[in-house]
Design a protein around this ligand. Structure first.
Ligand SMILES: Nc1ncnc2c1ncn2[C@@H]1O[C@H](COP(=O)(O)OP(=O)(O)OP(=O)(O)O)[C@@H](O)[C@H]1O
Length: 402
């Protein structure tokens, strides 16, 4: 798999670009650069995208997102700085090397699909493989496989104009997937779609990504989309990256007023997760003797305790009756009397989904991470409270009326 690293990257359009970089480094403002007739589209961008990560670059129109992504695959040459793909500096590569790198390592999905109208869906999906020189049977096999992954099996012989906008974008995605590159660059890939289809595509991408584990760099100006898709989000403003963080960090600790203003409209219930609502709870160790466990149950005045091993792995639940049985049986520890926890929730579960699960419950639910380590418990009351806080929060328009 492949990671992407960017170091002090600049792109200046207009006269004397290198001189403008030097001036920016010496503290010149965007305004001063503009006065010299140049545009500083990307200014000192530094970040690393890990293998298998979905990294979203987010910013308003003109903030430099497209320029940045085009430097990542060598479609644009940086004025200064470096882009490393899998450790190789692509800024020194020839056009031919860059073309090979794009074909083998990085696929791009565009906003306006970029499909060929006179090619069938299958031929469009196989295009990347065709330019790479793959043989016909491999092209057909991989294109079919990718089309089926995006839900377009059966549409292979149609033409783009016979498809809806959402389906065309699925073909664009299938073309990128068929090329089997480790990195996917997606430039406003879902922005032209209507909201419902856009949501469907986002969900599909999240599902596919869970299976494929690609390194995805996704550009958007839609913060809800950024929050839904990104493991991390880079916020861009006037060419600079002003903050990089998880959705929760961006939301809860905005780096400046610009980010704070941006996030005030976001649908927090999509972003707040079970992990952020988890409250600590006392547990009992699976190695405890039955009498120790009984003492702990009595001390905490409860009939039920969660049981973990030394690494906080959630192993099960222990009831008072089960602890008494283990005590009577003379068991060395409580392991033989544990009952499995059927309904633990994953820490990444968004609050809205949690609300649906919790609405029929009164008891707290354990929250676990991907390794099944216990993060705490979430109570129905905490979910309802968090949701009602959301409902009470004013929208930007309401706030600016006050
Ligand atoms: N080829 C070019 N020549 C001159 N200026 C350019 C060129 N390409 C982009 N720019 C300028 O660079 C800045 C960043 O543009 P860019 O397209 O990267 O922003 P963006 O965030 O992707 O915006 P959008 O979402 O509207 O595409 C803008 O001021 C733009 O006008």
């Amino acid at each position: 798999m492949t990671s992407v690293r960017v170091e002090h990257l600049y792109k200046i359009f207009g006269p004397q670009p290198t001189e403008q970089v030097r001036r920016l480094q010496a503290g010149a403002s965007q305004k001063e650069i503009r006065a010299a007739g140049a545009t500083a589209a990307v200014v000192d961008a530094t970040f690393e995208v890990a293998e298998g990560e979905t990294f979203v670059v987010m910013g308003l129109s003109g903030s430099g997102k497209s320029t940045l992504i085009r430097m990542l695959n060598g479609l644009l040459t940086p004025t200064s700085g470096h882009v490393y793909v899998d450790g190789d500096d692509i800024t020194g590569m020839s056009r031919k090397q860059l073309r090979t790198m794009r074909q083998r390592t990085m696929s791009m999905v565009f906003q306006h699909f970029a499909l060929f109208p006179h090619r069938t869906v299958l031929e469009n999906a196989g295009y990347g493989l065709e330019v790479r020189g793959s043989d016909r049977s491999e092209i057909v096999e991989k294109a079919r496989e990718a089309l089926s992954m995006v839900g377009l099996a059966g549409w292979e012989e149609r033409y783009p104009q016979q498809l809806s906008g959402g389906m065309r974008q699925r073909v664009g995605l299938a073309r990128a997937l068929a090329a089997h590159t480790d990195v996917l660059l997606m430039d406003e890939a879902f922005s032209a779609l209507d909201p419902l289809i856009k949501r469907e595509m986002q969900d599909q991408l999240v599902r596919l990504q869970a299976k494929l584990g690609k390194t995805i760099i996704f550009i958007t100006h839609d913060l809800n989309e950024a929050m839904r898709l990104g493991d991390r989000i880079a916020m861009m403003r006037a060419g600079r990256i002003v903050q990089i963080g998880t959705a929760e960090q961006i939301l809860n600790e905005p780096a400046d007023d610009y980010v704070a203003e941006f996030v005030q409209d976001v649908d927090r219930s999509r972003v707040l997760t079970a992990a952020s609502l988890a409250e600590p709870r006392p547990t009992v160790s699976a190695q405890s003797r039955p009498d120790e466990a009984l003492t702990q149950l009595r001390r905490l005045d409860t009939d039920l305790l969660l049981v973990t091993d030394g690494d906080q792995l959630l192993l099960g639940e222990l009831s008072a009756a089960a602890a008494e049985k283990a005590y009577r049986d003379g068991s060395a520890d409580i392991r033989s009397v544990l009952t499995p926890v059927a309904d633990a929730v994953d820490g990444s579960t968004p609050m809205k989904d949690l609300f649906v699960r919790m609405s029929s419950r009164t008891a707290p639910v354990p929250v676990i991470d991907q390794q099944r380590r216990l993060l705490g418990v979430v109570t129905p009351a905490a979910v309802f409270q968090a949701l009602s806080r959301e409902a009470a929060a004013p929208t930007t328009e309401e706030a600016s009326d006050v």
